[in-house]
Design a protein around this ligand. Structure first.
Ligand SMILES: [Mn+2]
Length: 383
């Protein structure tokens, strides 16, 4: 059985104030073409369908269109919620739609049952796991200690009635330890959080795990545990990525074929670097992809008035402008120096206080702060 695996559509997302809706519709059309060409038996969407819990109307309309297109081809779709989605809203009508082959995850209520599929190699159990946090899982496992994401996932997967003599495919939206972050804002959040990690070993019993959450396509700990990545670039930190969907074929138990099919967007996201007078020279820009989403880095020494307005008359989709010159390099060096200088909590507080109040901490304030810090350090409660 052959599946197309994608994730993190983030429909309705705005990037640097630009709506991505037209780009998203374009890329969903490319995905439909790939589904047709590859003659897949189903489509897996591993969470973050929308960018927001309450998505804008036009985002809902676009996803409705996509589901309808897949359904009209007789293609079953398997959709789970990500951390950006509201599982309740996404699963509206799930039981009714499931009968038409649109399988939407529902919020976790202590048990899971798979969608049972069948091909010439026998049964294939397809499990849909909504994005899970420890707090969503805890009450169903009163005997177990569930503090971390790892605990939560282990409990939930441990509680599934898996027949490992059959083929099992899981769709999930979690952060697996050891994956390469994209550097996008979302990934940065994940990184700072740290506690969200789950070890790939919890997914061991499955023949394939279709993951969402990390925007860069990659295997996570084992070849059969994979992130498809986003179909589009959503941050300048992703300009080096190439985007794709993953095609996975499960034959006999243990026999797996995985491939990535590249996706080309309507507009690329790229950096453009140079002096203003060169960037506005017709012979330099003529015939280039002027509609691309650009991060322009100007190397001029002096600021150019209304530069974004002037450049946008040639490059309409400039998202961001920065200068790289002697001045910006000097201020960057200074910032780095400050960041590198190690400061004590008292020094940090004094600097913050000065910044907020335009006056230095008094002796009495210092004493009070010192005492509080000492209490905190000793682990005494502060009231
Ligand atoms: Mn996510």
């Amino acid at each position: 059985m052959r599946f197309l695996h994608t994730a993190d559509l983030h429909i309705g997302k705005r990037v640097n104030e630009f709506s991505m809706l037209e780009d998203q519709e374009y890329i969903l059309r490319r995905i439909l073409e790939i589904a047709d060409r590859e003659q897949v038996d189903g489509v897996l969407i591993a969470g973050d369908v929308y960018d927001k819990q309450i998505p804008p109307a036009e985002a809902v309309r676009l996803f409705d269109w996509f589901l309808t297109k897949l359904n009209s081809r007789g293609l079953p779709v398997f959709v789970i919620s990500g951390n950006h989605d509201s599982v309740e809203r996404l699963s509206f009508g799930a039981r009714i739609m499931g009968e038409s082959g649109v399988h939407l995850t529902q919020s976790y209520e202590g048990t899971l049952s798979p969608v049972r599929l069948e091909d010439e190699y026998g049964p294939l159990n397809l499990w849909l796991l909504p994005f899970l946090k420890p707090a969503m899982v805890k009450r169903f496992f009163p005997e177990q200690e569930i503090e971390t994401y790892q605990d939560a996932l282990s409990a939930v997967i441990g509680g599934m009635e898996l027949d490992t003599s059959q083929r099992n495919l899981l769709v999930a939206h979690q952060f697996v330890t050891g994956t390469v972050l994209s550097g996008s804002e979302e990934a940065a959040e994940v990184f700072v959080g740290g506690v969200e990690n789950v070890d790939a070993s919890v997914f061991e019993p499955f023949d394939y795990v279709a993951l969402g959450h990390i925007h860069r396509a990659q295997a996570a700990g084992a070849e059969h545990i994979r992130y498809s990545g986003t179909p589009l670039k959503y941050s300048f930190s992703e300009i080096g990525h190439s985007k794709s969907v993953t095609i996975v074929e499960l034959k006999e138990k243990g026999e797996l074929q995985i491939r990535q099919e590249p996706l080309t967007p309507l507009r690329q996201m790229r950096e453009l670097r140079g002096r203003y007078e060169d960037l506005v020279l017709r012979k330099n820009y003529q015939g280039t992809a002027l509609e691309d989403y650009l991060h322009v880095i100007l190397t001029d020494e002096n600021d150019i008035p209304d530069v974004i307005g002037r450049l946008r008359s040639i490059y309409p989709n400039i998202m961001k402008i920065d200068y790289d010159n002697a001045r910006t390099r000097a201020s960057q060096a200074l910032m780095q120096e400050t960041a590198e200088k190690e400061q004590s909590p008292m020094e940090l507080l004094a600097a913050f206080f000065l910044q907020q109040n335009q006056q230095e901490l008094s002796g009495a304030q210092r004493d009070c702060a010192r005492e509080l810090m000492e209490q905190v350090r000793k682990g005494e409660g502060v009231e």
